[in-house]
Design a protein around this ligand. Structure first.
Ligand SMILES: Cc1cc2nc3c(=O)[nH]c(=O)nc-3n(C[C@H](O)[C@H](O)[C@H](O)COP(=O)(O)O)c2cc1C
Length: 322
């Protein structure tokens, strides 16, 4: 059993909050953990910025002890920088380091980082090997099926990555050219897991948006863990829902007041760490999730998108006349 498998063995149903830039900061990871996420990972961190001690990157590495197991995710394209960034990330004492080989965003891909590496598998393998060799803690990889529809080498890629020492792989069941369109192809995730040569844990990711789907896919594709991304934005209760289905407990709905309380806590704590302006801006992506099922929310949302202070947001959320 590798070190990472030991970590996973503590969880009957390993449930991950996906790393999401601008979303899964320290505050939101805490909230999701409290509601049932088992393993959380930082937002991606540029290895270039990390080794230059850029404040925003150092801040992304901060975590509290109760967030463990916690992984720091780095991205980059050049061996020396990636090694140095991994060493620096390891000094922050996370439980593992995750390499992002899956980001489809043009700004990242154009530099040869993220999913761009799927066009050069030998380089992906050698850079990963260099990172594994540079730190003592487990290194994992998060990637996609391949670069495009007719090029989905994930089964052999996973094997090669295992052979250079990664301890787990997360697969988002899309290609880079799909970006976020279409459906995640879990069949190929399942086939990667079933490869008898693959011993390391495989975590499945893509389109999980309910408790029943999470459990269904977990059992159908025999993955070692399930990772939830977009469905968790503004909806930390997704983790509770998934756990409730897993443990055959009853699910319950949250009232508008309970949603407001959680949302305000999120906003307030973010403001304390990042400052009011940034917190108010960052919260905007969460409102649709927090108040998805609330029929009268539309008008409040328009106002929230224009609000600039925490107090304004609080007034809009609490205003009973709206
Ligand atoms: C706003 C946003 C930011 C993201 N940032 C990251 C990131 O920093 N690192 C990463 O590996 N993936 C990132 N992703 C991808 C997610 O981790 C996940 O792989 C993807 O959303 C598919 O899972 P889902 O269908 O459950 O959303 C991001 C996705 C979104 C929507």
């Amino acid at each position: 059993m590798n070190r990472y498998q030991e970590i996973l063995s503590n969880f009957p149903f390993p449930l991950y909050l996906a790393p999401m830039e601008g979303v899964t900061d320290e505050v939101y990871r805490n909230i999701c953990k409290e509601l049932g996420a088992d393993i959380v990972i930082s937002e991606f961190i540029s290895s270039d910025a990390l080794i230059r001690d850029i404040d925003a990157s150092l801040q992304k590495m901060l975590f509290s002890e109760h967030q463990r197991p916690f992984g720091i995710q780095i991205f980059g394209h050049d061996e020396i920088t990636l090694r140095q960034a991994a060493e620096k990330a390891a000094e922050a004492n996370p439980d593992f380091i995750d390499i992002n080989w899956g980001c489809p965003v043009k700004k990242i891909v154009s530099k040869g980082a993220g999913s761009a590496i799927l066009k050069n598998i030998p380089l992906m393998i050698s850079l990963t090997q260099a990172v594994v060799a540079s730190v003592k803690i487990p290194v994992t990889v998060k990637t996609r099926l391949g670069w495009e529809e007719h090029n989905k080498p994930i089964i052999t890629v996973a094997e090669q990555l295992q052979d250079v020492g990664i301890q787990a792989i997360t697969i988002h069941g899309r290609t880079r050219s799909q970006m976020y369109s279409g459906h995640a192809d879990w069949t190929l995730i399942g086939q990667t897991k079933e490869n008898p040569r693959l011993q390391i844990p495989v975590i499945g990711n893509g389109d999980i948006d309910s408790g029943t789907k999470a459990i269904d896919y977990y059992q159908r594709y025999h993955v070692d863990g399930i990772m939830v991304g977009r469905a968790a934005i503004g909806n930390p209760w997704i983790f509770e829902e998934i756990k409730n289905v897993f443990y055959q407990r009853e699910n319950h709905d949250y009232s508008y007041e309970q949603r407001v309380a959680m949302c305000l806590r999120h906003l307030q704590e973010t403001a304390e760490i990042k400052g009011e302006k940034k917190a108010v801006l960052e919260m905007r992506c969460h409102y649709a999730g927090y108040f998805k099922a609330i029929p009268f929310f539309k008008e409040k949302k328009i106002k929230l998108m224009r609000a600039t202070t925490v107090e304004e947001c609080r007034d809009i959320l609490m205003d009973k006349s709206l």
